[in-house]
Every structure is written in structure tokens, then in C-alpha cells.
Design a protein around this ligand. Structure first.
Ligand code: GLN
Length: 308
């Protein structure tokens, strides 16, 4: 146990050294060339405390493709702006299917299972677009404010690549629109979604930006974004749905609310204590970073910090 340590730095150094010696890193996402080129040996990890103190190791300041990690922040912005009516349009149950699956939508009348699979994230971004007129602008503004990094931006090449290879997401959008569950024109929604996925941020940026979930809904500037209950609810959905059809395994191994993206990043929350972000581009077959999950598992084991 090292949880009595005054800083998280020693535990991060230890985990990085262990990961360095671990063979088998999985494979980078290959659905777009820009992500397939990433080196699976890259590894970074950051821990942020609720007061904004941040510790890191390895490539923790290297921007990477945030991808589905952004789905946590769009959900927070929509819950803050619209509250519970969102749940008439998207469910809160784990899907047990792949993140880009279409199969459950027809049985469930175009209502996606949860906000973190692609179908559900499209519904949330659609609502954020209706709420703000500029979903990605609102998201970027939030991430910049919370991380303190005003340079945080979209990678235009990745956005173009997402769009060029976006048939599946387009199918999800159109299918839900056929059930009346999308309010914006589908091409407008897809453009927002592809740009959202293409935001680049570092482990330090994303650990800091997740801080409101450790602070029970309070933003970095001390103002309230979410009620305490809403922050709890998002943490709960991250635990049950944040790593797709591997959420059970993630809860078993790591024991924290977490959200992964196919760029190889994972954010995680220890409510009241700290937030984490780990990045390593090699994925398992369910789209979660192999070294990322291993590092988070070591973190909760070594520190004893978990929600259980
Ligand atoms: N851009 C990816 C997609 O929509 C994001 C998926 C993910 O990170 N799981 O397919």
C-alpha cells in the first residue's frame, strides 16, 4: 500500500516501470489510417487531485485522439442543460454489444441502450447541438476551461478520416432519425460527432477536465455544473457502460468508473479523491487500451483507491 504517500508520483513511476516490462500491447485502431500509425509502446498516465494538482509519467503531456472519452463531457453538458428529459431518448443499461453495434436499436424503437455506445452518443450530441447551436464549440470550450489548456483543438485530418469512413455511424444516425429520435439533420449531427471524436488532448488535460466528477459536480472555477446526484449518475453509467462490452471485466479488474476511447485513452474517477487518464494506443478486441486497463488495475491495487 502506498496510499499514505503525500503524492501520487511514486506510484505512477512504479506502474510505468511495470508497464514498460509488459509484453503484448494490443493493436492500434485501424478503422482510419491516422490512428493505425500510432506506436503501441507509447504510454502516459496522469492523476489530478480535486484542487488541480496533477502528477504524470511517460507521455502524459502528449496530445492523443480523445475519441469516445468525449462522450462523458457531452453527456455532462446535456444533463446540465436539459436534465432528466434526456432519458426519454437514451437508456442507461449496458449493451453487451460492440460500441458501434446496430442490433438492439430496432427492438428498442430507436432508443439506444446507453449514452456511451455510438448510437447513444449520437443522441447526446444531437441534443447538445439543439441546446447550443454548436455542440463541438461548447465541448471544446468546456474542455479548455477545465484543463486550463487553451490550445486544445480538433485534429482536422482525423475528422476528415472519420467522415470518409463514417458509414456505420451514418447508418446509426439515419436509423434513429427514422424513429424520430434525432432532431437535427443527420449530416449536421454526423459532422458534429466526427469533429467531437477528433479532439486531441493529453492525459494531463483529460485528467483535469474530468475533475468535476471527483468534485461531485463542481467545475474547476468552483461553480456548479451538475447536482451531486447527476455527478453520481454519470459515474454510475461510466462504471456500467464506459468500456462497452468489457464493462464487467473493467469493474472487476479496476473497480472505478471509467471511459475509454479507440485512440487508446481511458479516463477514470475516484469520487472525492482524484481523477486519472492513461494513454497507450494498443487496443484489445473490444476497443479498450490494453496497457491502459493494466495500469489502472495496478493503480487501484497499489493504492487501495476504488469505489469498492
Ligand atoms: N470515432 C469512433 C467511432 O465513432 C469512436 C469510437 C470509440 O472511441 N469507441 O467509431
Amino acid at each position: 500500500e502506498v496510499s499514505s504517500s503525500p503524492t501520487f508520483q511514486p506510484v505512477l513511476e512504479r506502474i510505468a516501470a511495470e508497464i514498460e516490462n509488459t509484453p503484448g500491447r494490443g493493436r492500434p485502431a485501424d478503422y482510419i489510417p491516422a490512428l493505425a500509425a500510432r506506436d503501441p509502446r507509447r504510454f502516459g498516465m496522469a492523476v489530478a487531485e480535486p484542487d488541480g494538482t496533477v502528477y504524470g509519467v511517460g507521455d502524459w503531456r502528449q496530445p492523443f485522439s480523445a475519441q469516445s472519452i468525449t462522450k462523458v463531457f457531452t453527456l455532462a453538458l446535456v444533463l446540465a442543460g436539459q436534465g432528466d428529459p434526456l432519458w426519454e431518448h437514451v437508456g442507461r443499461e449496458p449493451s453487451g454489444n460492440a460500441f458501434n453495434s446496430l442490433v438492439q436499436l430496432e427492438y428498442e424503437n430507436g432508443i439506444p441502450r446507453n449514452p456511451f455506445i455510438n448510437a447513444g452518443a449520437l443522441v447526446v450530441t444531437d441534443r447538445l447541438q439543439a441546446q447550443t447551436g454548436d455542440a463541438v464549440g461548447a465541448l471544446l470550450g468546456f474542455l479548455r476551461a477545465e484543463s486550463g489548456n487553451t490550445h486544445l483543438a480538433i485534429n482536422k485530418d482525423i475528422a476528415a478520416s472519420e467522415s470518409a469512413h463514417g458509414d456505420r455511424n451514418a447508418a446509426l444516425g439515419h436509423f434513429m432519425a427514422a424513429y424520430g429520435n434525432i432532431v437535427n439533420p443527420v449530416p449536421v449531427l454526423l459532422d458534429q460527432y466526427f469533429h467531437q471524436c477528433s479532439i486531441e488532448a493529453s492525459c494531463a488535460d483529460l485528467a483535469l477536465a474530468t475533475g468535476f466528477l471527483a468534485r461531485h459536480g463542481i467545475r474547476a472555477d468552483g461553480t456548479r455544473l451538475l447536482t451531486r446526484s447527476q455527478a453520481k449518475q454519470i459515474n454510475a453509467i461510466m462504471l456500467t457502460c464506459g468500456t462497452y462490452d468489457a464493462a464487467g471485466e473493467f469493474a472487476y479488474r479496476v473497480g472505478l468508473p471509467g471511459k475509454s476511447g479507440v485512440g487508446g485513452g481511458i479516463i477514470a474517477v475516484v469520487p472525492g479523491r482524484c481523477t486519472l487518464c492513461v494513454w497507450s494506443p494498443g487496443l484489445d478486441e473490444r476497443g479498450n487500451s490494453v496497457a491502459g486497463v493494466a495500469a489502472l488495475e495496478r493503480f487501484t491495487t497499489l493504492t487501495g483507491l476504488s469505489v469498492f
